[in-house]
Design a protein around this ligand. Structure first.
Ligand code: CUA
Length: 324
């Protein structure tokens, strides 16, 4: 039985900021809550109806300065909460560029995690201490929520789209991982641990083998490359002039212009949509001829395929590339 504590330990760089904001809001709420409750009790005794009298209160004229004060002060306090909260939120919403990426797929009722180097885990996540980690997450079925109290991160994991979260662990140790969104019968069993290791121990672990596979697993990039060949993507996306589809080399992170004149940056969500619903955005200069791959690639395969497309270097396209 672990020792009981009212407050989770804090083991990430963001934890202190979240706690400071939380305690500030608790302090403000407690101060005003107690003040108002105290005044209600005090005033109802002080101005109680006394036997034999039938007093009606005099109309009260509040000085404008007092009225302004009780409007402006609460406004200022809530604005402090708003800006402080928004700034912590923005910090949590934007993973640093040097973050180590890990894929997370939630399903009833387990967490599947994959490192770019190839290692896969179920309900366990090994990470190095002192290194920002970005999680790219999706679900195979219903909505789950990835929650690590010690890191103060909680993010919904939604089918059909990618959500991201990031953290940088500050202490070696093992921390609880919960599903924080009711997702069916065994929701309460959808738990695991995050194991924070020394960077050198982590490297050793990373180069190890999967216990279940008994051999080093292939990286998402390699799996993605296999899928790219298997599904025939290369037939149309070869990157030579006259191809049926636009070249994919270097496409990640670039702005695309579509047949209807609209534009979007090619990120994970865009690539995913282009594979599942190719007609949603047809790149200018091409025909809407691509079939959907809906139901043919599972979520892990999708992440792998996207990882492969991300890895294609920009300079490999021979011939004049069409606008896109
Ligand atoms: Cu998954 Cu609750």
């Amino acid at each position: 039985m672990p020792k009981f504590s009212l407050f989770p330990e804090s083991a990430s760089t963001i934890a202190g900021q979240v706690d400071a904001l939380f305690f500030f809001m608790i302090a403000v709420s407690a101060f005003f809550g107690l003040l108002i409750a105290g005044l209600i009790v005090f005033l109802s005794i002080r101005y109680r109806r006394r036997a034999g009298s039938n007093e009606a209160g005099d109309p009260v004229h509040v000085p404008i300065a007092l009225e302004a004060a009780w409007t402006v002060i609460p406004l200022a306090i809530t604005m402090v909460m708003f800006y402080w909260g928004a700034s912590v939120y923005m910090t949590m919403a934007r993973p640093p560029d040097d973050a180590h990426e890990i894929f997370v797929v939630g399903k009833q009722w387990m967490w599947k995690l994959q490192h770019l180097e190839g290692r896969r885990e179920i309900n366990e996540l090994h990470v190095p201490v002192g290194q920002p980690i970005k999680l790219t997450m999706t679900s195979e079925d219903v909505i789950h929520s990835f929650y690590v109290p010690a890191f103060r991160i909680k993010s919904d994991v939604v089918p059909g789209r990618y959500s991201t979260a990031w953290f940088e662990a500050t202490q070696v140790g093992t921390y609880h991982l919960f599903c924080a969104e009711y997702c069916g019968t065994e929701h309460s069993q959808m738990i695991g641990s995050v194991i924070v290791m020394d960077p050198s121990d982590f490297q050793t672990w990373l180069s190890g083998t999967d216990a279940d596979a008994g051999m080093a697993a292939s990286s998402p990039k390699d799996t993605g490359q296999q899928l790219f060949t298997q599904k025939g993507c290369a037939t149309c996306h070869r990157g030579v002039s006259g191809s049926m589809g636009p070249a994919l080399a270097g496409v990640f992170g670039r702005e695309r212009t579509f047949a209807d004149g609209s534009k979007a940056v090619a990120d994970e969500a865009y690539l995913r949509q282009s594979i599942l619903s190719p007609q949603a955005h047809v790149v200018a200069g091409y025909q809407p001829v691509m079939p959907t791959f809906q139901g043919q690639i599972d979520e892990e395969g999708m992440l792998a395929l996207i990882q492969y497309i991300k890895s294609l270097p920009a300079e490999t396209s021979p011939g004049p590339e069409k606008q896109g």
